[in-house]
Structures are given as C-alpha cells and as structure tokens.
Design a protein around this ligand. Structure first.
Ligand code: 5GP
Ligand code: MN
Length: 355
C-alpha cells in the first residue's frame, strides 16, 4: 500500500507537465524513441513526425514512427514514410516498440483517444510521453514533458522551434525541411489563414536557405490525385451541398454509397470541407461523411465563429478555433439534422459576420 503522502506527491507530479526545454540537454544521449500522431494523419501530423524523425536520427537515437491508422497516398512521397508503422496493420511489432521506448513523442494531438486502438498501449507505456501540439485543452496529466501552444500555426512550426531553440539549426537537412514545410503549408491553407504569423514566413525563408524545393512539395501533395476523385467532387458539389444563406453556412453530407461508387480511399476527401468557404458570405462550412463505422464531421469557419467549441458541444470533437472535427455513431440523416439544429441555435453569431 502506498503511503498517503507519497500518493498525493505522485499525483501532483503526474499533473505537472514539465517544459519541453528540459529535454534539450538530453537530446545528445541516444535513446529508444517512438514518435506518434493522431489517427488518419494529415500533412502536419505526418510532416512533424517525419521531420522530428530525421532530426533525432542524427543524434544516434533509435527512432520509430508509428501511425495509429493508415494514411493518405499523397503523403507517401515524404522521406521516411516507407519506414512508418501502421498500428492497425502491424500491431505486435508496434506494441513491442512502444513497450521498449524511453521516449514517446506525441505530435499534433493532445488527448490519447485521438490514437484510437493505440490509446491503451500508449497510456500504459513506461516510456516518458512528450507532447508537442497546438490544439486546445491538452490532457496535461498524461505527459511528462511537453509544449502546448494554440497560437502556433502547426506542429511542424513547433518542431522547427524545438530544433532552433535547442541550438541544432545545423541539423536541418533537406528531409527535415521538406517534411516541416509540408505540414506548415497544409495546416495554414497555403499560408492564408490568420494564424500565419511573420515567424511562419521567417521559418519558411530559413528552410529555403537550407535548400528546400517548395514547388516539388506542392506538386507531390496536390497534383497526384486520380481522376475518380474529381468525378466524386463534381458529384458532391452538384448533389450533396446545401447552402443556408440566412445562416452564412454550408453543409455537405456524403452518404457511404458515394464513397463506394467513386472508389474513395483515405485522403480523397481531404480539403473538401473548404470548398464552400469560397462562396461569397459563407462563414461556416461543414462536411459529414458516412464512413460506415462512424459519421466523421469536419468544420471550418472564417472570422469569429469558434468551431472548436461547436465541435465539442455537439459532436464529441474538438480542434482549433477555425478548424475542428468530431464524429457520431448516429445515422447520417440524424447527424445532418443535428447539425442544422445546432446551426439554428447559433444563428446570432452566424448571421453577424465580422472579419
Ligand atoms: P479535420 O477536419 O481536418 O479532420 O480536423 C480539423 C482539426 O480538428 C484538426 O486539427 C484535428 O486534429 C481536429 N479534429 C478532427 N476531428 C477531431 C475529433 O474527433 N476530436 C478532436 N478532439 N479533434 C478533432
Ligand atoms: Mn496540426
């Protein structure tokens, strides 16, 4: 039985996530390192994981990147992606690596349930979990060290900060630069979102100085889709888009039969939620996709409408102020109805758009 005071002390320690700079001096001692990120990783999740991977390997660490699920084909060009373990497909191998890790970096997510089936193994691991993330409301009691900054454009920017602040500027090679650029560019909507600070542009300038070929990254990410995806988008915009001008809102609801008909795979629906935001006056855009096992929702807003709170309140989700997501086990029609109801409840905020 633990002593009561020891118990309280341990609890206090557990609740206290130490600052990330505490690990800077430890970077030089080789360790077994796991890097992981959220399920269905996007450009920032995969870019920050592989950027950190290429950085840490230069110190002699034994580094493994594990994705909780599969990922979109348009991320496969990233240097190191062939070595990434897919937890769902390579569970025993990934479990062994998690169990023996000294450090487990958790990038671009801040609640362990964002790693789906990996959650339990990750939560019980003996290695120290280290958080690098820019989402709201982190589970700080789950991390030994970390940094959580919602003002950062991307996790890639935060990995870049770590590299610079730990005095390792010289370790930014072409692979590190390409991966970090991919994430900062995709998470900022190609540098258009308000979160794109001067520091982001300075980071990109410095990556260019290191030899980054940014056009190649854009081409790899955006110009590698198959024709079926465009036919699918055509169908979605024609048949699945509803616009509620009174509420400055647009909704796309995609039934599973569309995904089957057009042979849609992971990544093909990426970015689709942004399309309606180009319609004049639209301030909130939502997409609900029937993925079979669940209905996945994505929300994007312009200006002062907080979709993080919206996603938390109505769709068990979260994210950022202007970009968030959630999910539901209800049938598509009910999720759609729930969204419309939620939109109506927020009429005051939605109909008074201010930049
Ligand atoms: P997306 O719509 O591209 O899937 O996600 C937008 C943002 O919201 C991302 O930063 C993502 O991490 C976050 N997000 C998406 N889905 C969920 C969810 O179900 N729960 C939480 N907490 N965040 C989510
Ligand atoms: Mn991100």
């Amino acid at each position: 039985m633990p002593q009561p005071y020891t118990g309280i002390f341990t609890l206090l320690l557990r609740r206290f996530m130490q600052q990330i700079n505490k690990i800077y001096l430890l970077l030089k001692e080789p360790r077994r390192v796991v890097i992981t990120t959220h399920q269905k990783p996007d450009g920032d999740a995969m870019g920050s994981s592989l950027g950190l991977f290429h950085f840490l390997k230069q110190f002699g660490h034994h580094v493994t990147v594990i994705s909780p699920t599969n990922w979109a084909d348009f991320l496969d060009w990233m240097p190191g992606s062939k070595e990434v373990l897919d937890y769902e497909r390579q569970t025993p191998e990934a479990n062994a690596v998690i169990d023996s890790a000294d450090w487990i970096f958790c990038l671009d997510f801040n609640t362990l349930n964002r790693t789906r089936r990996m959650e339990e193994r990750l939560g019980n691991a003996n290695g120290k979990r280290i958080l690098i993330d820019h989402h709201q409301e982190p589970q700080v009691d789950k991390f030994a060290y970390g940094i959580s900054e919602t003002t950062k454009s991307s996790t890639c920017e935060m990995v870049y900060d770590l590299i610079i602040n730990s005095g390792n500027d010289d370790k930014i090679n072409e692979s590190v630069a390409e991966c970090l650029y991919a994430g900062v560019m995709t998470d900022t909507g190609s540098f258009r979102f308000p979160i794109t600070t001067a520091a982001v542009h300075r980071m990109v300038a410095s990556l260019k100085d290191k030899g980054l070929q940014h056009s190649r990254v854009h081409e790899e990410l955006f110009d590698n889709y198959l024709e079926n995806r465009f036919r699918f988008i055509g169908n979605v915009l024609q048949n699945r888009l509803q616009v509620f001008y009174e509420y400055n809102t647009a909704l796309i609801a995609v039934p599973q039969q569309d995904l089957v008909k057009y042979n849609i795979i992971t990544g093909d629906t990426e970015g689709l939620v942004n399309y309606p935001l180009s319609i004049k006056g639209i301030k909130l855009a939502a997409i609900i996709i029937d993925r079979g096992e669940e209905r996945k929702c994505s929300f994007r807003s312009k200006g002062g409408f907080d979709v993080n709170t919206f996603a938390r309140k109505y769709f068990s989700g979260g994210g950022h102020f202007n970009a968030a997501g959630g999910q539901s086990k209800e049938p598509l029609e009910e999720v759609e109805a729930k969204f419309i109801q939620a939109m109506k409840e927020n009429k005051d905020q939605l109909s008074n758009y201010q930049f």
